[in-house]
Design a protein around this ligand. Sequence first.
Ligand SMILES: Cc1cc2nc3c(=O)[nH]c(=O)nc-3n(C[C@H](O)[C@H](O)[C@H](O)COP(=O)(O)OP(=O)(O)OC[C@H]3O[C@@H](n4cnc5c(N)ncnc54)[C@H](O)[C@@H]3O)c2cc1C
Length: 433
Amino acid sequence: MSWDFETDPPFQVKLDWADEFVRDEVEPLDLIWPGLEFAPLDETRRRVIEPLKDEVRRRKLWATHLGPDLGGEGYGQLKLSLLNEILGRSSWAPIVFGCQAPDTGNAEIIAHYGTPEQKKRYLRPLLDGEIFSCYSMTEPHAGSDPTMFTTRATRDGDEWVIDGWKFFSSNAKTSTFLIVMAVTNPDVSPYKGMSMFLVPSDTPGIDIVRNVGLAGEPAEEGSHALIHYDGVRVPTDALLGGEGQAFAIAQTRLGGGRIHHAMRTIGLARKAFDMMCERALSRKTQGSLLADKQFVQGYIADSYAQLMQFRLFVLYTAWSIDKHNDYRKVRKDIAAVKVLMPGVLHDIAWRATQVHGALGVSNEMPFHRMLLGASVLGLADGPTEVHKVTVARQVLRDHAPSDDLWPTQHLPKRLAAARAKYAEALEHEVGNL
Ligand SMILES: Cc1cc2nc3c(=O)[nH]c(=O)nc-3n(C[C@H](O)[C@H](O)[C@H](O)COP(=O)(O)OP(=O)(O)OC[C@H]3O[C@@H](n4cnc5c(N)ncnc54)[C@H](O)[C@@H]3O)c2cc1C
């Protein structure tokens, strides 16, 4: 019997250490250097951040999801999930632990599809935390339907020439390289006619037209680039994986990215939950604590149940990924978790905001960022609606239609069948009356 809800004691020791370390050493960074997580380290930040990363490496918690051959610990997704629950509380923590999006997903596809030269050039410094990367897929006219992408890569002798527009390419401005999805053969289905390229960010022809910010961010602080690729020339060895493999690579890339976001969301939602409970136990109105009001008790009970359900589903999905070692085999559950994620964070953060009253909606509490974060989770890596379609399609594969006019569970039909099955006993019963 192998169902078990306990963490191995040696790994629990590591988690306990990480919990304290993030609280004491890392969460303060969110307050002094907000929004600078993906900026190259200046001297001051390097003096603070590098020793923290070294400590994480010493504790064997650096890039734990990757195998030792890639500089990680090879702990897999389940252990990463338990760790990410802690890291999700802080925006700096994933950087300090070497597992930040979008670099984790980008590292994974280079590890999976890259040539030895590509790994040496891009993967090693990425894993060492020395450089940042960007995934450039969405276009201004099309996001959730990649078959509509038009950015084109044309072969010219020993080079590919990339032309087109990309939108919301996160961290392009601080990246060392971009992973660009482009049409390489417009004459076949998009599923076979698109490819991925590894493009150094300083290649001539890459024009970051503007860096779009999220709602509430000052205009100059945006980090989601609108990029014009204008005759960008890269050698043929810039191709990642084979020609026409972009869709397969994107599935690997986004499968990991989605579940990692879900793991961190547990941490953020729990932070909001803990804040709600503290406030409920601290604030009095109309003669009693908020904790004694039934509406507030309802908020707490609903939030607890929602968080527990979500956490167990995420852990189960992470366990399944480790078991199958293939994101595609766990696609249904990854998509289902992706569907739940924005709602869980939104509902819990909204209730926590409400319990804090006016203070909750002020800029002196972190709830507004959580609520915006919930909306972001419903879009980044594909909108909720598209993932629901994936879940439904995958679920329906395990079901069959009825070829009868009446459903299989139609009660009159089942009753007739049950009577036929036990006809002899029923006759006997009638005979005894
Ligand atoms: C914070 C953030 C960071 C991002 N980072 C990156 C990045 O680094 N690289 C990158 O390439 N992209 C990135 N994106 C873009 C993201 O992948 C897209 O926003 C997403 O795929 C949706 O595309 P869209 O915005 O063009 O919306 P659209 O495709 O225009 O869809 C709009 C809406 O239409 C509805 N819809 C769409 N399809 C369906 C359907 N089949 N059925 C029913 N309704 C549907 C949904 O409500 C959807 O939200 C990022 C987005 C955000 C918010």
